[in-house]
Design a binder for this molecule. Structure first.
Ligand SMILES: [Zn+2]
Length: 323
């Protein structure tokens, strides 16, 4: 049985049950007053007002009522799905498609596969990216004294920079990979200067770590802050230190190659103010990849678990039209 034949992709009631099982794994919480389980009851059989399209109204799936504040809600309230009008089954299909394709899926593909408008597909993809964004910073990388690789890459074109030479017209992306846990963190930056790069490195990597970078000047001074600083000289085509073969940045470069192929092939037109969301998407897929022991089903559930507490506001949604 293929993964997409699961009932929650086709039956709206089952889709709500699936979402509830993840969002309320520790029990129902009223999004209005915060009251937990027991005081909340199901409102079954409630329908929407009759309309031309649905003369008898539509069933309101997953509707609950809080016994404390008397307000109604569904599991979508307070999540990135709250104001999306699409059926939940389609939104869950979109999550599955986005997390199971290595390089991602474009809004155009979602529009065709899910048979929703391009605009809906575009907004939906951004909602899902927001769900994939990791929450508060966890422990710094390399806390157990392991190797952490850091590297930067450049993509796209800035609209306001005339020159096409060098990297001044491109967006900078810095990635960190903890070699022991296989996890990554991704950041955008404007210029590869110590001012912009050092705070990211210092905030996210333990001083106990073995820092791995290329020979770029901006890493020299900061390298002294760490237990060890291993560098390779890419300019001289040296990618692994021959006296200590654990000194390299090949892992982070592998992550960049997936990212660049994805951005080139699927997301050709990425505006700068959306770049952080694409980075969140690639970071999520990298950290939840099969090599880290996460299968497609679990990866989708992990993405869905991130929908709470990150509601996109209407304003930010609608000010930023599809690019
Ligand atoms: Zn309540």
């Amino acid at each position: 049985m293929s993964v997409l034949s699961s009932p929650h992709f086709h039956d709206e009631a089952k889709a709500f049950e699936y979402l509830e099982s993840i969002v309320w794994a520790d029990g129902i919480v009223c999004p209005h007053c915060g009251v937990t389980d027991g005081r909340v009851y199901d409102l079954s059989g409630v329908r929407t007002k009759p309309s031309a399209k649905h003369p008898e109204g539509k069933v309101r799936h997953g509707l609950k009522k809080c016994g404390e504040c008397r307000k109604q809600f569904t599991v979508k309230v307070g999540t990135v799905f709250e104001h999306a009008r699409l059926p939940l089954t389609k939104m869950l299909q979109a999550v599955h498609l986005m997390v199971s394709s290595k390089k991602g899926i474009s809004a155009h593909q979602l529009h065709r596969v899910l048979e929703i408008t391009y605009k809906s597909a575009w907004f939906l993809a951004h909602r899902i990216r927001e769900a994939m964004r990791s929450g508060d910073l966890a422990q710094p990388f390399g806390s157990n004294g392991g190797a952490v690789e850091v590297d930067e890459t450049y993509i796209g074109f800035k609209r306001d920079v005339a020159t096409r030479r060098g990297t001044a017209h491109k967006h900078g992306v810095l990635a960190l990979v903890d070699r022991d846990t296989g996890e990554s963190r991704w950041f955008k930056f404007d210029k590869a200067t110590a001012d912009q790069i050092h705070p990211i490195v210092l905030d996210n990597i333990s001083r106990e770590a073995r820092l791995m970078t290329d020979e770029a000047k901006m890493y020299r001074k900061i390298g002294r802050e760490f237990r060890e600083h291993g560098t390779t000289t890419h300019a001289a085509f040296q990618y692994v230190d021959l006296t200590d073969r654990t000194i390299h940045t090949n892992t982070v470069e592998g992550a960049f190659s997936i990212f660049k192929r994805g951005m080139r092939g699927v997301y050709q037109h990425c505006a700068e103010h959306h770049l952080h969301r694409y980075l969140a998407e690639f970071e999520f897929r990298y950290n939840n990849r099969t090599a880290n022991g996460v299968d497609d089903r679990q990866r989708a559930a992990n993405a869905v678990a991130g929908i709470t507490g990150k509601r996109l506001t209407y304003k930010s949604d609608y000010e930023q039209q599809p690019a």
